[in-house]
Design a protein around this ligand. Sequence first.
Ligand code: CDP
Length: 330
Amino acid sequence: MSEKPEKFIDENGLRLDGRKPNQVRDIKIEVGVLERADGSCYLEFGKNKVMAAVYGPREVHPRHQQKSTRAIVRYKYNMAAFSVEDRKRPGPDRRSTEVSKVSREALEDQVFTEYFPKSAIDIFVEVLQADAGTRTAALNAASVALADAGIPMRGLVSACAFGKVDDTLVVDLSKDEDNYGQADVPIAMTQDGKITLLQMDGHLTPEELKAGLEMAQEGCRQVYEVQRQALMDHYAKMQGESTEEKDAETKAQSKEEVVAPEETEASDDVDTEAEDVEDKVAGESEDEEPELEDVEEEAEVEEENPAEDSEETADEMDEEPDTEEDELNE
Ligand code: CDP
């Protein structure tokens, strides 16, 4: 564990890592990184690295946990043994149980659980690298993973802590600020500003709390923008891929069509000819039995007018016997 720094804020008003008091660490979000999860998100918040996976809505096991009118939301926060400086003993402990509980409560209200009675929505978050603020990083990732899973929600939840170092309020505490600072207040809020998580460690005056909340609110807004953008980029990419697939399908179809029209025309011709023949046969059989002479003469007439189209020929065929008969009579 590093030693307590002499000063947290330098003469220029900047923090140890060069940030301004109201500046959050860099955030990087990747959506849909796990194939087997319904929704997933990899998130880096400063040096924190977390992976969130969402499964569901799915059947509830054990069954006695199921609720007849809504889905249950379960949240499991876990710190990998290698995520911290001193190896963390694997498995659940009091801290991870507490973080899981408050995080579930921070998200649950945003989910339309009433849409999925008797089912479960499971959220798992693995902290791969910890550097203060893992519960807020985990919540940010979980919220995006829920959206990626297509779970209907009122909105995204964004989280960010604020605290006090050297009697100065700062947002999104770094490891040293968290370990040796005067206060640490992790906060989560909905995109319309409703606070869904608020914990406090340390001492603050009511005024400091109020001012700190405003700073954290601004921090959450910055987080929200990155979450939103990550989701939009992901779906734009997916849309692009599906558009490419559609284009490929359309191309394949149009290739088929290049061949198809001839086939269609040809088959149409065949149909028309077949109909003509049927008409001819029907017409002949309805009118009168054609005599051998008539048929021969008809063939001669057809030979004389090869350019005439089939319809005309068909018409002629209906009329011809009379005309020819007349001619013969003459
Ligand atoms: O991570 P978060 O700030 O939400 O929770 P915390 O309980 O205030 O922990 C602060 C930091 O202490 C963590 O982010 C870790 O970097 C570190 N820590 C650790 O080194 N070993 C643990 N078993 C738990 C936390």
